[in-house]
Design a protein around this ligand. Structure first.
Ligand code: NAG
Ligand code: NAG
Length: 714
């Protein structure tokens, strides 16, 4: 052999040996988790169309479209802004030398942003015209020279732990904010707590006592005090509208001197160091703003509270002016508009002044805040298609996953499922059933009917199962399971169940011979197994039986188990535990229960069958629901657990409803995938329970109203 041939041979042998030696990274992954290089999808209803940016309008001019400024950069979603009263040296050092001495002072904005798959708090200095002649164009023509952007806290400031970040404000060099990076350690106890990060040194301390959850922090004008909405020791009892919180005050410096100042209230805002405005839902059904005056030497001896906004409209999420103690900015819902708007309210003259309706009448505006001199009011809204980058709606939004090696995505639809090879996704976007390649190509509507819960046949290529009919319906509702060959030109359908009776959640056995599903045919929703090809005509067996609901079943990839959700411990209560059972009806076991009265729903096995992903209220709520658009179940987060019920891990951290997860066998590249048709910007809804005839509905939505009778008197 010539020496070059030896050389090539050696190279071939070298690469052959290299292949035999497992690489260190894959070896460690295999030891700890055989699901690396898989993907999880889930749903967050409405969230992918938020496209929030922070805007501001002057309070000194009558508000018009031409003096509204977009302050944030049109990337991802930006919300819950705060204009700091003074700028600490660590932020000043980021600004160009001349910027604070020119006539055109920049906006200094602190806000929450969801980007790169998790929450961050950013500081932006936005350069613009004078407040006398706002130069809107300068903002729209964003370039490096008109904006300084500084990420303040994110994953790295939370020891690498993914978390929700919320409601930031500044006290000197300290950033005060909510984070959920510490496990409360107790099922159904919120992880939301207030932290302080020193911007100079980066050191972070927790201000909320262990075992307590705090929401919506606000720092007093002097910086000495912070007010929060908190459960204290009592904890969350399942509220999804108004939280049953009280208002507490503590020292911003170290969390000490903590005292309850108001029973029943949320979203505090300080006018001065003794005056707090807050919101509460009254016994007459209206959300109203209240004023609490604290008196006492050091700390608080007595508090007088007074309702300041009248019944007849909802007024909430107040922001107090620190210049005029009688001026507040509020979000309102009035009978005269379908939309949430920002208004000013003078507490003495009882006069409202519209801020956003003249600017954009057909948009929701959320969570107002004042500039330090009260000459501007900020808020967030969907940037829509006119401003900024417009509609960047996504099909798949990549999220940072605390479990390495597993790609995590939010999909613009619900009930997703993966094809056996993981290259296609079936999902529902109301109303209609779609199939798409995981890279966003080949999007195709399969049906325009109202479908739910999709599944792919593991053996017959292109065959999917779903059920058509209304969701959350009674046992006798007409819902039937179909198989559809989506590779057929004419989409051949086959109806597998007969005669309605709420047949849903089909999940095939790994050999493709059987389908487990839930049916209301006995008068209760229980699980059944039928022939996959011929449907129940080809063979039907009842798997579970009892006067309760068994539902959301999923067959494990090794064929051994069927996981499902059941309310059998307390039928009809709304509480669901997760169980698993062998397909032969033996070995029933509870996998997990989320505290007393909790929910664990939509189990879905990992491709190796060793783990289950599901949605749960295990981490309770993470923010006041009224500060967001509508979510039916704002406590929903995605969790993974070993299928023996051990090692629960939280994957998502937000104040939205995350649900219907699915786990696929391939690793989808962890980058966002845009919707080929541009998407559906701003197609979210305001809280359904903000009824403009609240007296009708308030009786059945009585959370936290027990003590409200006297408190709400005018
Ligand atoms: C987001 O990712 C991009 C690209 O990796 C990076 O340049 C940027 O700094 C990241 N932003 C944040 C806030 O982490
Ligand atoms: C908290 O700070 C206050 C004011 O500086 C101080 O008096 C108090 O001792 C501190 N408490 C703790 C627990 O550090």
């Amino acid at each position: 052999m010539k020496s070059t041939q030896y050389f090539y041979l050696l190279i071939i042998i070298f690469f052959f040996l290299l292949n035999l030696i497992p690489s260190p990274t894959s070896a460690t992954h295999d030891n700890t988790n055989t699901n690396t290089h898989t993907s999880i999808l889930f749903t967050t209803s409405g969230r992918l169309s938020y496209a929030f940016d922070i805007f501001a309008v002057p309070t000194t001019h009558s508000p018009t479209k031409s003096n509204e400024l977009q302050l944030t950069d049109g990337n991802s979603i930006n919300f819950n802004g705060h204009f700091p009263a003074s700028l600490p040296p660590s932020l000043v050092s980021h600004l160009p030398d001349h910027s604070l001495i020119t006539e055109k002072l920049p906006f200094h904005l602190i806000y929450v942003t969801e980007r790169n798959g998790t929450h961050h708090i950013f500081y932006d200095a936005v350069f613009h015209g004078t407040s006398q002649s706002p130069e809107r164009r300068a903002i729209l023509e964003l370039s490096g020279s008109t904006r300084v952007q500084v990420p303040l806290v994110g994953v790295d400031q939370s020891d690498g732990r993914v978390s929700l970040k919320d409601k930031p404000s500044l006290a000197g060099e300290s950033l005060i904010y909510v984070s959920t990076h510490e496990d409360s350690g107790v099922p159904r106890r919120s992880w939301a707590a207030v932290y302080s990060t020193h911007l100079g040194s980066g050191s972070t301390r927790r201000l909320t006592p262990k075992g307590v959850a705090d929401f919506s922090p606000a720092v007093s004008p002097s910086g000495v005090w912070t007010a929060v909405a908190s459960y204290g020791k009592k904890g969350w009892s399942g509220e999804v509208q108004e939280l049953d919180t009280d208002i507490y005050v503590f020292m911003t410096r170290n969390g000490s001197g903590r005292v309850k100042v108001v029973e029943h209230g949320g979203w505090p805002s300080w006018a001065d160091d003794n005056t707090i405005y807050f919101h509460r839902r009254c016994d007459d059904g209206w959300w109203s703003v209240f004023k609490a005056v604290l008196s006492g030497e050091r700390g608080v001896d007595s508090v007088s509270t007074q309702r300041v906004t009248p019944p007849g409209l909802h007024a909430f999420t107040p922001a107090a002016s620190t210049v005029n103690k009688n001026l507040i900015a509020v979000a309102t819902r009035r009978g005269t508009s379908e939309y949430r708007h920002i208004e000013l309210f003078d507490v003495v003259s009882k006069k409202f002044t519209e801020i956003t309706r003249p600017v954009s009448p057909h948009a929701h505006h959320l969570n107002p805040f004042f500039s330090p001199d009260s000459s501007w009011v900020g808020y967030h809204k969907c940037r829509g298609t006119g401003n900024g980058r417009g509609s960047d709606t996504l099909l798949l939004e990549n999220l940072r996953n605390p479990i390495p090696g597993i790609s995590l995505f939010r999909i613009d639809g619900s009930f997703p499922s993966f094809s056996p090879s993981g290259d296609r996704i079936a999902y529902v976007r109301s109303p209609g059933l779609y199939v798409v390649n995981y890279d966003g190509s080949g999007l195709r509507q399969i049906s325009s009917r109202s479908a739910f819960s999709t599944a792919w046949d593991p053996k017959r290529k292109g065959v999917i199962y779903t059920s058509f009919g209304p969701i959350f319906a009674s046992e006798r509702t007409e819902v039937d399971i179909m198989s559809i060959n989506v590779d057929d030109k004419d989409l051949s359908y086959k109806q597998l169940t007969i005669g309605g009776q709420n047949n849903a959640f089909p999940s095939p056995s790994p050999d493709g011979k059987w389908i487990v599903f839930r049916s209301g045919r006995s008068g209760h929703k229980n699980l059944y197994i039928m022939d996959a090809l011929e449907g129940e005509a080809g063979g039907l067996r009842q798997l579970t039986e009892g006067p309760w609901t068994d539902t959301m079943c999923n067959w494990s990839p090794d064929g051994e188990w069927i996981a499902f959700a059941s309310d059998r411990e307390n039928p009809g209560s709304g509480s669901f535990e997760m169980y698993k059972i062998h397909p032969n009806g033996m070995g029933l076991r509870k996998v997990i229960q989320s505290g007393t009265g909790g929910r664990t729903n939509h189990p879905y096995f990992s491709p190796d069958g060793k783990y289950i992903v599901f949605t749960s209220d295990y981490a309770a709520v993470s923010a006041e629901p009224i500060s967001n658009p509508h979510h039916y179940q704002p406590y929903g987060d995605i969790f993974v657990i070993k299928s023996d019920g051990s090692e629960i891990r939280r994957l998502t951290h937000n104040s939205y409803e995350d649900g219907t997860p699915a786990w696929g066998p391939t690793f989808i590249k962890p980058v966002d995938v845009e919707l080929p048709n541009g998407g559906h910007p701003c197609s979210f809804e305001d809280c359904h329970w903000l009824s403009v005839r609240p007296n009708v509905s308030v009786m059945d939505a009585s959370f936290g109203l027990g003590s409200a009778k006297i408190e709400c008197a005018q």
